[in-house]
Design a protein around this ligand. Structure first.
Ligand SMILES: C[S@@+](CC[C@H](N)C(=O)[O-])C[C@H]1O[C@@H](n2cnc3c(N)ncnc32)[C@H](O)[C@@H]1O
Length: 257
């Protein structure tokens, strides 16, 4: 097991400022893992509020990003396997999909539906060898890492030369109207629907927390610049569903970074 950290010292880039209404700063990672542990059993119910369209979306987007039969994939923040399951269907029997996540509760849910190897770990310190994967994926979890620079350095390290980084994230429009509409949906409607469908205050809290991390997240340019600064080629950002999803991607140089 390789746990080496990126050697080049880079300034940390937190994805958002501390959200002290939820946790004391040093407790951030523990708070996030506890929240996902407590709500893991409700995650698929929340996904179903969107008619599971997100699952279909993740799979078609992976295909568009270049995922193919036979490839070896690492899905970071595997959660209940929403991205990993889609990847398995694309890479087929000749490929392999690995999942990693720090929440035992989420890994337990993933185990019910995903047959590939699952490992406990965080994005900032991946327990995988250098130059191991053709694709690194991450779905709706970038705001939960402590440092974008350390995370992207790890993604670059574990990718094979020529490998692809694909990240699905949440999108908030910058226009006043777009922001207000997105806020209404994600800060009011979805937490309310989540409470009604799960009857769990923790599940509602997860969705409240979701909105606050999304709303407070650093701008896309900071994320793209950080992807580039750690050494990825072709760093890209695109809005795919306004008010819902955007994607980040990058490529590891063929000669190695
Ligand atoms: C919203 S879920 C996303 C699950 C799945 N990828 C999807 O697309 O639905 C966020 C996941 O990020 C995980 N997570 C939290 N902190 C993390 C970290 N530092 N590194 C990797 N994963 C983390 C949580 O445990 C949780 O399973």
């Amino acid at each position: 097991m390789n746990t080496e950290l990126p050697t080049e010292a880079m300034k940390p880039v937190p994805p958002h400022p501390p959200l002290t209404d939820y946790y004391d700063t040093p407790e951030r990672q523990r708070y996030v893992i506890d929240l996902f542990n407590k709500t893991a059993k409700h995650y698929n119910t929340i996904e179903a509020l969107f008619l599971n369209g997100g699952l279909l979306y993740r799979r078609s987007s992976l295909r568009l990003a270049g995922l193919r039969k036979g490839m070896k994939v690492l899905d970071v923040a595997v959660g209940t396997g929403a991205v990993a399951r889609g990847a398995v269907r694309i890479v087929g029997e000749s490929g392999r999909v690995f999942g990693v996540d720090p929440s035992p509760g989420m890994l337990g849910e993933a185990r019910r539906v995903f047959g590939g190897p699952l490992t406990r770990g965080v994005a900032e310190r991946l327990p995988f060898a250098t130059d191991s994967f053709d694709f690194v994926t991450m779905g709706i979890a970038l705001r939960h890492v402590s440092d974008l620079a350390a995370t992207f350095s790890e993604y670059l390290r574990v990718l094979r030369p020529g490998g692809t980084l694909w990240i699905l994230e949440s999108h908030v429009p910058t226009s006043r109207l777009g922001h207000a509409m997105t806020r209404f949906v994600w800060a009011k409607l979805i937490p309310g629907m989540t409470l009604l469908s799960t009857r769990s205050r923790d599940a509602k809290l997860l969705m409240d927390f979701y909105w606050d991390t999304v709303d407070q997240c650093v701008p896309p340019k900071t994320i793209v610049d950080t992807i580039e600064n750690v050494g990825f080629e072709q760093p890209k950002y695109k809005v795919v569903v306004p008010g819902a999803f955007c994607e980040y991607s990058g490529r590891k140089a063929l000669t190695g970074a």
